[in-house]
Design a protein around this ligand. Structure first.
Ligand SMILES: Nc1ncnc2c1ncn2[C@@H]1O[C@H](COP(=O)(O)OP(=O)(O)OP(=O)(O)O)[C@@H](O)[C@H]1O
Ligand SMILES: [Mg+2]
Length: 377
């Protein structure tokens, strides 16, 4: 069985559940989003965006090892000195990742990310302060104008969640093809096709990479493509797919600032075997990517959109020039709770496709409309 498919409920209950008993209480608590096992007696969990130390513990390292080896067996892998990594999914879709010694110091490291059964809706992002109605309306307009969008952010900053919400903004009559390493997205549209990569089997056969999928997808007549996350050389294939007319597509990548997202994309393109000199490569990237949404995990644990940028042009010194469209204005910390105060506001800069937005019947944010009238309110 593929490591990406959830382990069947029955198999799990009969053979694996027992090994997870020490953390069952945390698994049952739907407000716990992540469980992090650093050693048998050092277990943390994340609840509403904050990390806490748990008093749960495994009896011994052997118990932890039994859990991991049983998981490995069910996903048809071995956890060994040569292969100290493992990924598996629990019946509810939660993702388990294991790093074993010697890659991990001391004990086995296990992280369990709960699969959010309830897909977040735009209203929830707004009520949690992660986004504003204004920015979501604007991003919807960008997608309808077929702008290619990258959601950038740190690990666990809510990129995939935001991508999922944004995909609900697509027009209804289009064919959407989703490509992922681990299936996480549930696009709330009628016409959606899901493709998934696959690791090689123990004989090294049958691997399906993101690059394979990106090449195959163009023959499947997508209107839009969604790539769960870009991590390596497949970035080049994506950039090429986007520049050959799949406007309004989306992906996520790991970067803490929008400008880093561009550099990271470039670095990943350079990992590909298509050798393009840096100059032309940058031009391709700038024409492939139109909008960058920066999602961060702030120090109070909250996840928020902290900026929206248009990738504007290549500057005179060959650098990427981004135009900030929305930026988060920090207003300090709330006394007592430590909550980060601030709001995401339009900068007043106009996107180059402002006319297109209005022509399609969308309204620009008020600050942009004012700027358009030459600053007069
Ligand atoms: N806006 C939000 N507010 C609070 N929690 C959120 C928000 N968005 C996502 N989360 C929670 O944060 C965790 C990580 O979310 P998600 O998987 O979307 O992040 P990610 O950036 O894609 O992570 P990764 O780097 O592993 O790909 C999940 O448990 C999710 O439920
Ligand atoms: Mg993700």
């Amino acid at each position: 069985m593929s490591s990406l498919e959830p382990i069947p409920e029955k198999v799990f209950a009969e053979t694996l559940a027992g090994f997870l008993a020490p953390v069952q209480r945390l698994l049952d608590d739907v407000t716990v989003s992540e469980i992090l096992i650093n050693s048998p007696s050092e277990i943390y969990y994340e609840q509403r965006g904050r990390l806490y130390r748990s008093d749960a513990r495994f009896e011994s390292e052997e118990d932890l090892l039994s859990l991991c080896q049983n998981l490995a067996q069910y996903v048809g892998k071995t956890l060994s000195y040569e292969k100290p990594f493992l990924e598996a999914r629990l019946p509810d879709g939660s993702r388990v990742a294991v790093v074993a010694p010697p890659a991990a110091r001391g004990s086995l490291k296990v992280s369990i990310r709960r699969f959010a059964r309830e897909r977040l809706r735009p209203e929830q992002l707004i009520s949690w302060g992660s986004a504003t109605q204004e920015v979501l309306d604007f991003l919807k307009a960008c997608l309808h104008c077929k702008r290619n969008t990258v959601v950038a952010g740190g690990t666990g900053s809510g990129k995939t969640t935001l991508l999922n919400v944004l995909s609900s903004f697509f027009p209804d009559d289009e064919r959407i093809i989703v490509m992922e390493d681990v299936s996480e997205l549930q696009v709330q549209k009628d016409h959606v096709v899901y493709l998934e990569t696959r690791p090689p089997d123990h004989r090294g056969r049958g691997e399906v990479t993101m690059r394979d999928l990106l090449r195959a997808v163009l023959r499947l007549r997508p209107d839009r493509i969604i790539v769960g996350e870009i991590r390596g050389g497949e970035a080049m294939d994506l950039v090429q797919a986007l520049t050959t007319g799949h406007g309004g597509s989306m992906t996520t990548l790991h970067a803490n600032h929008a400008i880093d997202a561009m550099h990271r994309l470039e670095t990943m393109c350079l990992m590909s075997d298509i050798n393009l000199p840096v100059g032309p490569l940058r031009s391709q990237i700038i024409s492939a990517i139109d909008v960058i949404v920066q999602q961060n995990r702030l120090r109070d644990g909250s996840r928020r959109i902290v900026g929206v940028y248009e990738s504007e042009r290549i500057g005179e010194r060959g650098e990427y020039v981004l135009r900030p469209l929305f930026q988060f204005q920090y207003e300090g910390l709330e006394a007592g709770t430590g909550r980060v105060l601030g709001k995401l506001v339009p900068t007043g800069n106009l996107p180059s496709f402002a006319d297109d937005i209005e022509a399609r019947g969308f309204q620009l944010p008020a600050a942009m409309r004012t700027a358009r009238r030459g600053g007069r309110p």
